[in-house]
Each structure stands twice: as structure tokens, then as C-alpha cells.
Design a protein around this ligand. Structure first.
Ligand SMILES: [Zn+2]
Length: 692
């Protein structure tokens, strides 16, 4: 209900073993009118900076012109080709929603849902007029809490209204038997983007924490003013920070969590009181109408043991203060302007360097996409996704899968035993393109034109019920973890499928008029990226059925680790902003997928060229190989604020565009040959890494 960093439970993507995305889930969109100067090949000639040699800094060569013409807009923290496309998709959604929000007798049921949801969000005056009245029942519930014994029931109640706190609870695949959904409990409950923000002791981190604490105090001040109450907001903010710091201390760090085994702790529901004897689990589950279950996976058992201690040590008042804060934090976007602005001041401006709040319509289009994604999505694909894109995408996916098959066959470092298993896993990968075959039915979700918070709550409740009702049921692999307009893609290790929403199958990723070389460098590398995730440091631990199972011989696993370590050390040296280095271990899976993905696409290009009767003609002065690498680099052009790069270096498993380009190509002799680079050129790594 608030920013994308804190979706409630619209999908299990946020909580479960992450889908391996192409990009982080981040705010997208804005519309500066950049016009590409697309050459005959499809390369954007206007994006080039020919003052730089491709062998010195290929990213700058391919993107320098684009970067100069596309500064980060004031309401964004990063502006990349993805955002450019997302802005176009957002405009389409905007148009759909503006039309749907006009009440008319003939309006379809779907238009009523999305139109009134959007309209209720756009009604700023109405929202301001209501003040904090819409959250009064939530505040009253917290206020009425008489003892810690009632906490579990209160948490359940808050979850029914879309407010998450303390920890995560959801249905998802069983890591060891991915065909069935089980209950999962996991760490959670903090409001800053990572545990590090609470624990690091350098000057910048301390300063940021102080600003966060001041922000919390100001939000409590605003609440006091709205309620005509008086309290010590500073003391409340201090209590919130102390409580969240305890949760952060109990949390596992991101790098450790990349190992799926570290999150596999199956237990029975009866075991839970041994972790947290002070918490009424039975009430927590029952009050959310959770189907009965025995098996539960606890992602981080130590978190729950420590949580018990934290709850024991904290006063009831402090717990209530924390819960009130979580309400404010979760619903701030549906509260009056003063709350929205204060939330933006800290989370947008201070934390991420965003200069201006995005216009309301953008926030409301995104909110509709998050809340009723399948309803808006079906309207979107009607307008923006035509049949040929799907067929072309499938053709590309087939070609890339064929490359992977050959790549495994040719791998010199892998035994026949492991190769056989890898081939079996590859053959079992399924592909999803565009949008779901079956749309979610929101007919039970009441959407009113004058009740934005209520709409958010009911949409969130629908997703919560939908999710929890999966416990004990078979996994439905046809479901999507992204909405159709999303400019992103993912691999799901537990489902062993690659997924490409309609939103990304458009220029500059897929351009019908561009050369095959450019399209293979762009969307081909994206497909290769997702497929390689099935065999990266995380993905390789799952088998073709999606089960966490070791199918590697010890020697081959060791060879993989050695190769992966090279990538870790390489990316450890990259610095996106002064004083900050990328974390090679955090970004390993994505970097491995970037490096492997382009190889698969390049193999497809080579086959494509050798099958063509015509000689390898140049276009725009570029050979097909050069077009391929330009097509690749030009999907990664970006500008961003320094502050957001700092946040990403801590939280984002993806490297910034510069390193997604140069980090990959400096490892690749095919690139160096294509541009005739010399041994000592910066784009030629002395210690080239190669996993796939
Ligand atoms: Zn990825």
C-alpha cells in the first residue's frame, strides 16, 4: 500500500525465496520526450558517444549520448531504458484508467473496479477531508490491547487490513517438494530497506538513522495533530527505532539468505511455541482464517527465538507504539497530503535522493496496478500486446534454450554425470510469455469511488485470502508473479520457469524493425539471463521439478564455486559511487546470469548468421556482431542519484547498468574481437571470468 519496497502481500515474491528478477522491484516511469535516432540496424545512433573508444569504456560509447540527453527526472531516483519503456506503459495504463474512471451506464465490471479504484486514489480532496478517520478502527484496535497475550490476535487483525508487522507469514512452495504449497514464516517487521541500516556504525549510517528517527517523530506529530491528542512523539520515535533495531539484529543478512539451504527449516505448527512461547500462534492463524496445517517452514528460526526475547523485554506501550508506526508506514499513501509529503521527505528525498514527489496520477496508476493487476493487465494487453510479439518471443526463447543445451554439452569443467542432470533440468524449464492464461476474478472485491483506503484494504485482503488458501494445495505454475505491464522478467527456482511480461517485449528490448543481431543482443540476452538463473549459485541448487536437491558431483560443485569466486572478486572491485563498492557475493547470481545470458544469445547469433545465405553485411557501419553488443549495452543505459546507488549497493542483487555492460564485456573475447580491442585496453580483463 506504500512504496514498492513494502508491498503487503500482492504476491509472494517479496517474502519467499525470491524470484530471480531481471531488475529490482522499483518505482518506474516518467515521460521526457526522448526520441531515439534508430539506424537501419536498430542501434540507437543518437545514444552513442563516439568520442570514447569502445575498447576503453563500451558503456559510455554505447550510452554516453543517451545519458547526456536523459538526466534523472526530479520525481525519479533512477532513469534507465527500463524506466523509459515503463513510462510508455504507464501512459497506456493512465489512458485506460482515466476512461474507466468515468462512471457510465455501460461500464464493464472490470472497468468499474479499476476505474473506481483509480478514481478513489485520485480524489485528493476527499482523502484530505477524511483525515485519519479511515485508520481510526486500526488505531482503536491497537489502543485496546490490554496485554501482550492479545498481540497475536491484533497482528492477525492488522494483516486483514493490509498492515504487515513483526514478521512475514505466507503460503509458498515447499523447498523440498515444490509441487505443494506449505505455510512459511520468516523474518520481517523493519521499515528501513535492510538490517544494515540499523546496525552500521559509520557516520553516514548514524546520520541516516537520526533522520529516520526524526521522520518517525514527525509522523507521530501529524497523527497527534489529526487526533487532537498530545504525546511525546520523540519518545515514540526512539521506541520505534529501538524495537526495529532489535528485529534487525535478529535478522539474517542478505548474503547468507542467498543460500536457499539457510532458509529451509521445516517444522510442525506445534513446534512454534518452542521458538516463541510468549506468542499465541493458534489465535494468529485462526484469526486470519488460515486453513489448518501441520508443516511450516521457518526461514530464520533464530529470528523467532530472539523475537520472543524482544517481546518479553519491551513494554506493552512500546509494542503498541511500534504497531501504530507500522500502520502509519503501511498506509501513508492513502492518508492526507501532509502524511504523503512527510513520507516522501524521508523515504524519497533523504534516503534515495528523489527531488520531487511523483504526480498523483502516476502514484495512483501504480497503486491500481499493484492492487488489481490482473484487471488492469487484461485491458493493457488488449491495447499494447499484439500476437506477433508473443510468437517472436517464443522463437527467441527456443533459440536461447538450444544455446544452453549446447553450452552444457560443451562445458569442459563439468562431468557427464552432472551434465546429464543439467540437461534434464533445462528440458524441464517452462516458458511464460506476455500474460496469464486465466485472469484473477475480483468480483468479490468491493471497490467504491470514494473510499481509497477501504479499497486498498479489500484488495489486500483478497490477496491475503487467496494466498493463505493455497496452504496444502498443489502449486499452480500458471500463476504470474508480475503484472502484464511490468518492464521486468524473472526466473522462479521453485517452479523452474522463465517469465516475460508483455511490458518488456517492446522497444528497446524487442524492436520488430531492428536487425536480428540487435534483438538478440537485447531481448535475447534478457532471455539468456533468466535461463542462466536456473544454473547460477542459487538456481543450481534446485532440480528440474523445483526441489531443493543437490544434483552436482562434489568435484563439479567445486569447479562451479571456483568459477563463481572469480565473478565475486571481479564485481567486488566495482564502485558505483564514491566510497561504495558493489558486494560481489550479494550480486553473484545476477552477475552470473548477465555473463551467461549474453553468451547464450551470442551463440544463437552465430547460428543465425551461419544459416543465412547473405554475407554478414554491415548496417550503420556496424557488423552484426557489433550490432549485437550495441543492442545489449543500450538496454542498460541509465542515470541515477548517488543516494539511490548507495541504497542499491546494500540491498540490490543487481549491479548498476555500467557494470552490467562493462563487467560482462570485459570478460568476453567475442566482444573484444568484434571491436578489435588490444590486450591492454580497459575493456579486456586480464583475469576474465566465465561461469556459463
Ligand atoms: Zn536476474
Amino acid at each position: 500500500m506504500r512504496s514498492e519496497q513494502d508491498v503487503i502481500i500482492n504476491s509472494n515474491m517479496r517474502f519467499s525465496l525470491p524470484f530471480l528478477l531481471l531488475l529490482p522491484l522499483a518505482a518506474l516511469a516518467q515521460t521526457p520526450a526522448y526520441q531515439p535516432q534508430t539506424g537501419k540496424s536498430g542501434v540507437d545512433l543518437g545514444a552513442l558517444d563516439t568520442n570514447v573508444s569502445p575498447c576503453t569504456n563500451f558503456y559510455q560509447y554505447a550510452c554516453g549520448g543517451w545519458r547526456a540527453k536523459n538526466p534523472t527526472p526530479p520525481d525519479q531516483v533512477r532513469w534507465a531504458r527500463f524506466n523509459e519503456l515503463a513510462a510508455r506503459n504507464l501512459d497506456i495504463e493512465h489512458d485506460i484508467l482515466e476512461k474507466a474512471s468515468k462512471a457510465s451506464p455501460g461500464r464493464s465490471a472490470v472497468d468499474q473496479k479499476i476505474g473506481d479504484f483509480y478514481g478513489s486514489c485520485m480524489d485528493e480532496a476527499g482523502i484530505d477531508r477524511k483525515g485519519v478517520a479511515p485508520i481510526q478502527p486500526l488505531l482503536d484496535g491497537i489502543g485496546a490491547l490490554q496485554s501482550k497475550k492479545g498481540l497475536a490476535a491484533e497482528l492477525a487483525k492488522l494483516r486483514l487490513s493490509g498492515v504487515s508487522s513483526l514478521f512475514a507469514f505466507y503460503a509458498g512452495g515447499d523447498l523440498k517438494d515444490a509441487s505443494v504449497n506449505i505455510a512459511h514464516l520468516d523474518q520481517g517487521g523493519i521499515s528501513l530497506p535492510d538490517r544494515d541500516y540499523y546496525l552500521k556504525t559509520d557516520e553516514r549510517s548514524i546520520d541516516l538513522r537520526n533522520k529516520y528517527e526524526q521522520h518517525v517523530a514527525r509522523m507521530f506529530d501529524l497523527l497527534a495533530k489529526s487526533l487532537n491528542a498530545t504525546w511525546d512523539s520523540k519518545a515514540k520515535a526512539a521506541a520505534v527505532l529501538a524495537f526495529e533495531t532489535a528485529l534487525a539484529e535478529a535478522s539474517m543478512d542478505r548474503v547468507l539468505r542467498r543460500n536457499p539451504e539457510s532458509q529451509n527449516h521445516p517444522m510442525t505448527a506445534k513446534d512454534l511455541p518452542t521458538l516463541t512461547p510468549g506468542f499465541e500462534w493458534t489465535a494468529f492463524f485462526a484469526d486470519q482464517h488460515t486453513p489448518s496445517f501441520t508443516k511450516v517452514n521457518v526461514g530464520n528460526p533464530d529470528f523467532f527465538t530472539k523475537l520472543n526475547g524482544t517481546l518479553e523485554k519491551s513494554s506493552l506501550d512500546d509494542i503498541k507504539t511500534y504497531l501504530t508506526w507500522r500502520v502509519l508506514q503501511n498506509v501513508s499513501s492513502a492518508l492526507p497530503q501532509a502524511f504523503v509529503n512527510e513520507d516522501f521527505e524521508f523515504f524519497g528525498k533523504t534516503l534515495n535522493g528523489q527531488r520531487e514527489l511523483a504526480p498523483r496520477w502516476k502514484r495512483c496508476v501504480r497503486a491500481t496496478d499493484r492492487a488489481l493487476g490482473d484487471a488492469l493487465g487484461q485491458k493493457f494487453v488488449d491495447v499494447a500486446f499484439t500476437g506477433s510479439a508473443k510468437a517472436k518471443a517464443l522463437q527467441l526463447v527456443d533459440a536461447i534454450e538450444k544455446s544452453m543445451k549446447l553450452d552444457i554439452e560443451e562445458a569442459t569443467w563439468m562431468s557427464e554425470t552432472t551434465k546429464k542432470q543439467a540437461q534434464e533440468k533445462l528440458a524441464a524449464v517452462s516458458n511464460k510469455i506476455g500474460y496469464p492464461g486465466k485472469w484473477k476474478d475480483y468480483s468479490s472485491v468491493a471497490i467504491k469511488s470514494d473510499d481509497y483506503l477501504g479499497n486498498e484494504e479489500r484488495a489486500s485482503l483478497y490477496e491475503l485470502n487467496r494466498n493463505l488458501n493455497k496452504i496444502g494445495k498443489p502449486v499452480d505454475k500458471s500463476e504470474w508473479g508480475m503484472t502484464p505491464p511490468t518492464v521486468n522478467a524473472y526466473y522462479s527456482p521453485l517452479q523452474n520457469n522463465i517469465n516475460f511480461p508483455a511490458g518488456i517485449l517492446q522497444p528497446p528490448f524487442y524492436t520488430p524493425s531492428a536487425s536480428d543481431a540487435v534483438n538478440l543482443g537485447a531481448i535475447g540476452a534478457v532471455v539468456g539471463h533468466e535461463l542462466t538463473h536456473g544454473f547460477d549459485d542459487q538456481g543450481r541448487k534446485f532440480d528440474g521439478a523445483g526441489n531443493l536437491r543437490d544434483w552436482w558431483t562434489p568435484e563439479d560443485a567445486k569447479s562451479f564455486e571456483t568459477r563463481a569466486q572469480c565473478v565475486v572478486e571481479e564485481y567486488d572491485t566495482f564502485s558505483p559511487v564514491d566510497g561504495v563498492r558493489l558486494k560481489g557475493k550479494l550480486t553473484l547470481g545476477e552477475n552470473a546470469a548477465d555473463n551467461g545470458g549474453i553468451h547464450l544469445a551470442y551463440m544463437a547469433l552465430m547460428r543465425d548468421l551461419s544459416a543465412k545465405a547473405a554475407p554478414q553485411a554491415k548496417a550503420d557501419g556496424f557488423t552484426p556482431q557489433q550490432q549485437f553488443f550495441l543492442g545489449f549495452a543500450q538496454i542498460w543505459c541509465q542515470n541515477s542519484t548517488d543516494a539511490s546507488e548507495r541504497v542499491r549497493a546494500t540491498t540490490d542483487p543487481h549491479s548498476p547498468g555500467q557494470f552490467r555492460t562493462n563487467g560482462v564485456l570485459q570478460n568476453m573475447k567475442e566482444f573484444q574481437e568484434a571491436f578489435s580491442c588490444k590486450a591492454h585496453d580497459p575493456m579486456v580483463s586480464a583475469k576474465a571470468c566465465r561461469v556459463w
